[in-house]
Design a protein around this ligand. Structure first.
Ligand SMILES: [Zn+2]
Length: 311
């Protein structure tokens, strides 16, 4: 796809009406505010921080792209709404209700569009969703069905000289899906700080840091500053995916970390400024974040990025 008349200094935001379907507010997903991404988009437009022409609208992820990572039998299984509702632990879903899959395909299509745009324009693109870091090629895990970042890397590696990818994952939960998928891939480095470990691997292509869920803003930021720079220096990524999970927030209703709203903004600004300073393509994914106050964390980040152009 060719994007005409690009002003490279503005980050872009990916969103589509298909994101509004979300997941029905039943079962374990009650903690997930299904309208939060629309709320973020609407508020940014209302406050004149986001122009409609800077919103990119994705297509649903195509079957051929899903096959880059997921097995045929698994892709067959997820066509069934009843199967999806079981793995997402939803209470009751009409077996003919296909909007759950459409929602997941739209958000994955969003990550692909964000990646393509970021590579072509060496800019930052924020998807209002995505970062399904627990999903595996043959199975879903932790509410993650389709591994959007893995598909994006498989699709766009070798595009415009972009060969080395770093996934910076600061969600509360470890991104075990990405870690396992890329563990033997020398061109993809996964860096994660989390309070919840799912798998333990020590390799050349990953750094996993477990922190206490009681750590303060200062302790958390100190670890981030100390550990990230040497890795970036050694690995020299051509592109960064940042899974900016909001669930380390003290008001998160699912996780138990104690980071403040100001601390999380500091965290997000640090990553954004670092990557933009190096003029690397950056794709930001929302990752996890639960409860009625969760939307503010990703909103604050977008507000900062949209009002502080890339330098
Ligand atoms: Zn999470």
């Amino acid at each position: 796809m060719i994007f005409p008349f690009v002003n490279r200094r503005y980050p872009r935001v990916v969103f589509s009406v298909d994101y509004i379907y979300g997941l029905p507010s039943v079962g374990d997903h009650q903690a997930f505010d299904v309208m939060k991404y629309k709320k973020i988009r609407d508020r940014l437009i209302q406050e004149k921080k986001l122009k409609r022409r800077h919103i990119l609208r994705p297509e649903l992820c195509a079957a051929d792209d899903l096959r880059r990572v997921h097995s045929e039998s698994y892709l067959h299984d997820i066509q069934d709404a009843a199967y999806l509702s079981k793995i997402l632990r939803l209470d009751d879903v009409n077996p003919f209700y296909n909007s759950i899959l459409e929602y997941l395909l739209a958000v994955t299509g969003g990550t692909l569009l964000a990646t393509e745009f970021a590579i072509q324009n060496r800019t930052a693109v924020f998807n209002l969703g995505g970062g399904y870091h627990h999903a595996h090629p043959e199975r879903a895990e932790g509410f993650c069905v389709i591994n959007d970042v893995a598909i994006a890397i498989e699709k766009y590696r070798r595009t415009n000289g972009v060969n080395r990818f770093m996934i910076i994952d600061l969600d509360y939960h470890q991104g075990n899906g990405n870690l396992l998928y890329f563990k033997d891939d020398p061109e993809v480095f996964t860096f994660s700080i989390h309070a919840d470990t799912w798998v333990e691997i020590e390799g050349q292509s990953n750094l996993d840091i477990l922190v206490s869920s009681h750590c303060s803003d200062e302790e958390y930021l100190e670890i981030l500053h100390r550990e990230l720079d040497p890795v970036c220096h050694r690995f020299q990524p051509d592109m960064v995916f940042y899974i900016a999970g909001s669930d380390p927030y003290e008001k998160d209703t699912l996780a138990d970390m104690k980071l403040s709203r100001a601390g999380l903004l500091q965290r997000n600004k640090y990553i954004y400024d670092r990557v933009c300073h190096r003029k690397l393509p950056l794709v930001v994914l929302a990752g996890g974040g639960y409860g009625p106050d969760s939307w503010q964390i990703y909103f604050d980040f977008l507000e900062y990025a949209l009002t502080n152009r890339m330098r």
